[in-house]
Design a protein around this ligand. Sequence first.
Ligand SMILES: [Zn+2]
Ligand SMILES: [Zn+2]
Length: 256
Amino acid sequence: MNIKFLGVHNCESQSTKLVSLLIDDILALDAGGLTSSLTLAEQLKLKAIFITHQHYDHIRDIPLIAMNLFLNKSIIDVYSILPVREAIANCLLNDNLYPRFLEQPEGKAVIKFHVIEPYQIIQIEGYSILAVPVAHSVPAVGYQITSADGKKLFYTGDTGPGLAHLWEYVSPQLMVIEVTASNKFLEFGREKGHLTPSLLREELLSFQKIKGYLPEVITVHMNPNLEAEIGAELAVVAKDLGSSITLAYEGGQLYL
Ligand SMILES: [Zn+2]
Ligand SMILES: [Zn+2]
């Protein structure tokens, strides 16, 4: 499984992009940094997009992808929970802000939206994808992607602390998890559903207790202003746990 980090931050700028991961060039996880990272031809190669939750930084490129596909007479499958479909239908693709690509063109809508439930498993293109509920300020799911050869990636999307209930469902070799802020924002993280390095440490300890191992961990959704601080604090956690924890960067990729 080839994993490309297209966008890994929570703010967009000349040098940072919003969170999007690309799996083997055909599956996308979240849509904050897709159109700005992919050529039109690469966008047409996408088979499906899995969205974690309705926040703007994760759905922003859906209308833009839809327009590119529409102009090329193509379609795409988008998977997520019902609140995400409702947010896109009511706020973005509502014929006011942008065309209703969830229904149009009639009979062959550009976006084929599949509403999924937490704990549902989707089989697509040889991958098995499990959605699990995470702890955010709005309903949100993370996804475990299992490739045909049995490799497992778990991507949390935005989440705060309180993931212990998930560990019996996922067994990743690689965990891509959010760490939005540094430790001085611990209360903010608890309140808004985000992680800091110290909160991540607690989640990893609960994972280790239940699973008996720690996966490789790569963090995303960093606040660019806090990145140096987050990096220094994560290095302490990694040393303490004796595990690999690194910050993702735009354009980074790895093979699992
Ligand atoms: Zn969010
Ligand atoms: Zn976000």
